[in-house]
Design a protein around this ligand. Sequence first.
Ligand SMILES: Cc1cc2nc3c(=O)[nH]c(=O)nc-3n(C[C@H](O)[C@H](O)[C@H](O)COP(=O)(O)O)c2cc1C
Length: 351
Amino acid sequence: MPTKDLTSQRKIEHVNIVLQKPVQFTQKTTGFEEMEVEYLTLPEIDAGKIDTRTTFLKHAFSFPFMVSSMTGGHEKTTIINRQIAQACEEVGIGMGLGSTRAAIENKKTMASFDVRKYAPNIFLACNIGVSNLKKYSSKQLQKLVDDLQCDAMIVHSNSAQEIVQHEGTPQFSDCLKEIGRVARELEVPVYVKEVGNGISPTNVKQLDKLPIAAIDVAGAGGTSWTAIESKRGTMDNKELGEKFWNVGIPTVPAVIGAKRYSKKPIIASGGVRSGQDVLKAMVLGASMSAAAIPIILAQDNGGAQKIVSHLEKLQREFRAGMFLAGAKNVSALHGKKYYLFGKTKEWVEQL
Ligand SMILES: Cc1cc2nc3c(=O)[nH]c(=O)nc-3n(C[C@H](O)[C@H](O)[C@H](O)COP(=O)(O)O)c2cc1C
């Protein structure tokens, strides 16, 4: 099969596996369950006056949450992206498109990413894999951003996934240089994101020196891409994927490390499953939070309306959490007192 068709085929296989098989971490959690925000019986605010809105990369969000990059590149993914975009527009949050490499390789797949008409006002980001950056000129990437009317370019870094993936591209030399080039040359903000194995302090320090706009830690504890890739390809991929199923830095220590070693805005993602998780991410100093798998499951279960219900539930929980923490707006959450326990505390002590 030509590369363009292989990429397209892989995209639909990923979606099918995610919808049909258990692919989350089994021996590691995000750490949100080992974090408690101080509870206030006298929050000294009125719940009705709480403001959940925020801005991220100069865009307005109804609360600090966006849908993580997922799919596109196969005709069957068109409806998924369209309904996610419609839901994001209705709720007033942002969306990352799945890797738009497919659209460069095969123009016919462009329609599956083309959601701007369904979501004219949202923050919308393109997405490209770091190990493929070398192949593309900044002009090609800018054209993609322009054609899809995106507001930012996400560069995803996924060494664990690439080393397990049957047809992976684990060629990661000069990636930092390539990220720097793209960040300097594109006309929109460029930021770096993991895919669920987390960004550790060593890499945060390196990324902090580049002209990128933000870092999405996409930590361990949610979806495991080594698990997904272990379910594709040969017996060797299966074995390797099972061995590395739980690799990476969990989301809570990843966010704390990123805040400690970088001044860039941080996105907390990887296993964000409730409004309380969003709240905890903000208390840790993240500027945004995001999730993937719960959104595609909601879409599969009932389209845009089901996604909207899920997002509204997150926002309700987030608002209640803000009340109990005594925060009348999102910035008031940063620096609120919290407690860490168990393994998460041990991670943080060693960052
Ligand atoms: C079906 C699916 C496809 C994905 N494709 C991409 C992708 O193309 N680019 C990317 O940066 N991340 C991709 N991801 C990773 C997510 O953006 C996210 O980082 C990861 O799933 C962890 O978040 P979660 O635990 O909330 O699912 C994908 C996730 C899913 C579930």
